[in-house]
Design a protein around this ligand. Structure first.
Ligand code: SF4
Length: 739
């Protein structure tokens, strides 16, 4: 086994090792961490998803543990100099509590908001949602997963009654006769997954990729459809049109397991292949070949990802591919189905347990009276005390500091200055706040704007659980304690809740309701809370810093919900190397495959929804004649806060670039490497040109991992999907010129 990259030397440390998972993407590759006198090394571990593989990001993950830029003390902005200065935890927490109290006393509970992240563990996501609702009593909480998975989640909910990215194990990909990837580039985003694609083709399967660019994944495909950005929905409707014409629709399945097909049939009747070719640029022959592979294959899987989803019509686009899958009778059939490839490390679990504006734990709706009663019972408060739904992430960020918006914001594990659309506007909103608090391990671009920065533990310094792209709940295991001066997010939430409660008027009454169950953790918490009526004691009991206690409560809060974790214990995860939700009892089965018998709708049938193409929110014109789209590169992750600081990853992808076709470049007088400026109605980015025949001549591309002049989100459109709130990251109109 080859040694992985090392963290800095820690002389005198005790040699030890721990089996855990990569801190980055939703593949959650298994890895072993070893620590000795020379530092921490990463070693690949056999796990069902990565089968011993890691990408460069995983190999180098330990380099951030002792990184010289790591935050190890709270920072407070000095009012005189305007600089961030190191302070004690007491000083930092006092400033936060004083600030929150002042804002809420003046403008009410909703004047303070919380913004979370899809990389937080299940325990943190749960605690953060609970803290917002009963610690701060604000309705305003949402998270950066809104920018990642929300369109696929909404489409899955309305079709299947449940949202689990892959409703089957990843290993099914290797057995598929036909695999259609729409807007997915796993060869760069999660390279170990490519082993399954290789196995699929070795078994005689056909791989078809739909992507406007010739990506690393598209280069491996048997057939690559290269549509104009924003036309994926029309392509799906044309594929279903062909399937209907050729008699490949599974009429028995449609009749017995679905409803609503007739309206879809009428809509797709208008999407004859030549019309779809005219709009998308995908040749009729390729549409027909794709439909044939899907309609006549045995085991067929259709997967979407951000390329199809990050649009103002993202929910409808995903729905069009779900319609196609349902018409072909795929969901629930052995070895077949529809799924989406989740992006962020805990993008799945992070959206199940309450940090989404409209949700309570267990994927419950916050406006459902029964859900409110159940969760309020677990939390020990009256249901009427829970606030109502908040607003989706972009709407929340865009309201910050405005007369009707929140004046204070607490950010955990997110960097919206780089990751939000129309980022310069959002940066301005953050600057307008009375109080901005950021908890992070490094000084991200968002943290650099904060009034208070709190240093947090890293993945190798904490226990907890993550839920991977298959809906499989995994253990994150601590190798070592956080360094002195650093606290876990759970400890920070507990500290804040306790101090906020202490600042309230004391009460002589016990909590209003008992938790619904009596596990050891809940009994301890309840007893402590009841024995002492001091608000800070109640808060301390309600917000434990111990992740095991939080997970025990999460299980009870999720019990009976769609994402039911009641039967999942850390010990069971250890025994099974992961447990698929829903898992309702400790001695009952978990659920690797969904939909074999029925869907999670009231009548057990999946729902078709008629969806039609509509133009992008912003179309090209004489002033902005080119399409602009964004995406990822192999060696960077999300907003780059971590990966831009890892030397090997920085060397591999040091800066932003603008990819454009040589024909377009020649027309604009641009050579490879020339600095170019990309301008939209919202802003501009400047970066070197990278010429590629793999992109359409009417489209330019930039990666979104970078800040400063190369920030792609300075340009992107903040139009959002009306159902999911997903911004339109994947298409807007721009002009390009030599800088
Ligand atoms: S970044 Fe994703 S693909 Fe790469 S090692 Fe980590 S979990 Fe695996």
């Amino acid at each position: 086994m080859t040694d992985g990259a090392r963290s800095a030397t820690r002389p005198g440390s005790t040699p030890r090792e721990v089996a855990t998972h990569c801190p980055y993407c939703a593949l959650q590759c298994g890895m072993t961490l070893r620590e000795d006198d020379t530092g921490v090394t990463v070693h690949p571990r056999q796990f069902p998803t990565n089968r011993g593989g890691l990408c460069q990001k995983g190999w180098t993950a330990a380099e951030l543990l002792d990184h010289p830029e790591r935050l190890t003390t709270p920072l407070l902005r000095d009012p005189a100099s305007g600089e961030l200065r190191p302070v004690s935890w007491d000083a930092a927490l006092d400033r936060i509590v004083t600030g929150i109290r002042a804002i809420q006393d003046d403008a009410g509970p909703d004047a303070v908001a919380v913004f979370g992240g899809g990389g937080l563990t299940n325990e943190k996501a749960y605690a953060l949602g609970k803290f917002a609702r009963i610690g701060l009593r604000t309705r305003h909480i949402d998270y950066n997963g809104r920018f990642c998975m929300s369109s696929a989640a909404a489409a899955g909910m309305r079709a299947f009654g449940i949202d689990r990215g892959l409703p089957f194990p990843l290993a099914d990909l290797g057995r598929a006769d036909t695999l259609l990837l729409v807007g997915a580039n796993p060869a760069e985003t999660m390279p170990p997954l490519v082993r399954w694609l290789t196995e699929q083709r070795r078994n005689g399967g056909q791989l078809i990729v739909v992507d406007p660019r010739v990506t690393a994944t598209a280069r491996q495909a048997d057939l690559h459809l290269q549509p104009l950005p924003g036309t994926d929905l029309a392509v799906a409707n044309a594929l279903l049109h062909i399937a209907l014409t050729e008699g490949w629709v599974d009429r028995t399945y449609v009749a017995e397991r679905t409803s609503g097909f007739e309206a879809v049939r009428r809509t797709v009747a208008a999407w004859w292949p030549a019309r779809a070719e005219q709009l998308s640029g995908v040749p009729v022959a390729d549409l027909e070949a794709t439909a044939r592979a899907l309609g006549t294959g045995g085991r067929v899987i259709i997967l979407t990802a951000r390329g199809a989803e990050q649009h103002a019509k993202g929910v409808d686009t995903v729905t069009a591919y779900v319609n196609l899958a349902l018409a072909l009778g795929l969901p629930g059939r052995d070895g077949s189905g529809y799924g989406c490839l989740t992006g962020q490390g805990n993008g799945q679990g992070g959206r199940e347990h309450g940090q989404k504006a409209d949700q309570l734990p267990g994927y419950r709706k916050i406006d459902d009276p029964a859900a409110r009663e159940h969760v309020a019972g677990v939390w020990g408060v009256p249901a009427d005390d829970l606030p109502g739904p908040g607003v989706p992430a972009y709407q929340l960020l865009d309201s910050l500091g405005t007369p009707d918006g929140p004046r204070g914001l607490l950010v955990f594990g997110s960097n919206p200055v780089v990751s939000a659309p129309r980022a310069a506007r959002i940066e301005g909103r953050l600057r307008d706040l009375d109080l901005l608090v950021v908890a992070d391990l490094l000084l991200s671009e968002t943290a650099a704007l904060a009034d208070v920065v709190l240093p947090t533990a890293q993945w190798a310094e904490e226990d907890g659980t993550m839920t991977n792209l298959e809906g499989r709940v995994l253990r994150r295991r601590a190798l070592r304690n956080p360094p002195p001066g650093v606290r876990t997010d759970l400890a920070i939430i507990s500290d804040l809740a306790t101090r906020l409660a202490a600042a309230e008027t004391p009460t002589t009454e016990a909590p209003a309701a008992e938790p619904a169950s009596t596990t050891a953790a809940s009994t301890t918490a309840t007893s402590a809370a009841t024995a002492s009526a001091r608000p800070e004691a109640v808060a301390a009991a309600r917000f434990p810093a111990d992740p095991a206690a939080v997970f025990a409560e999460l299980r009870r809060a999720s019990a009976g919900g769609a994402a039911d974790y009641a039967g999942i214990s850390w010990a069971r995860i250890d025994d099974q190397d992961g447990v698929y939700w829903p898992c309702r009892t400790e001695d009952g089965p978990d659920t690797p495959r969904l939909f074999a018998e029925e869907f999670a709708t009231p009548d057990g049938r999946a729902r078709f929804h008629s969806v039609d193409h509509r133009p992008a929110a912003e179309e090209v014109c004489a002033t902005y004649p080119l399409h602009f789209t964004t995406g990822r590169v192999l060696t960077q992750y999300q907003s780059g806060t971590q990966t831009r600081r890892v030397p090997a990853l920085r060397r591999a992808a040091p800066e932003a670039f603008v990819e454009l076709h040589p024909d377009l470049a020649a027309r604009l007088g641009i050579d490879d490497g020339d600095p170019v400026k990309v301008t939209s109605r919202r802003g501009e980015l400047c970066a070197p040109a990278r010429l590629s025949v793999g992109i359409r001549p009417d489209t330019v591309f930039a990666p979104f991992h970078y800040a400063g002049a190369g920030r792609a989100n300075s340009v992107t459109n903040d139009a959002v999907d009306p159902i999911s709130g997903m911004p339109e990251f994947k298409i807007c109109a721009v002009r390009v010129e030599k800088a």
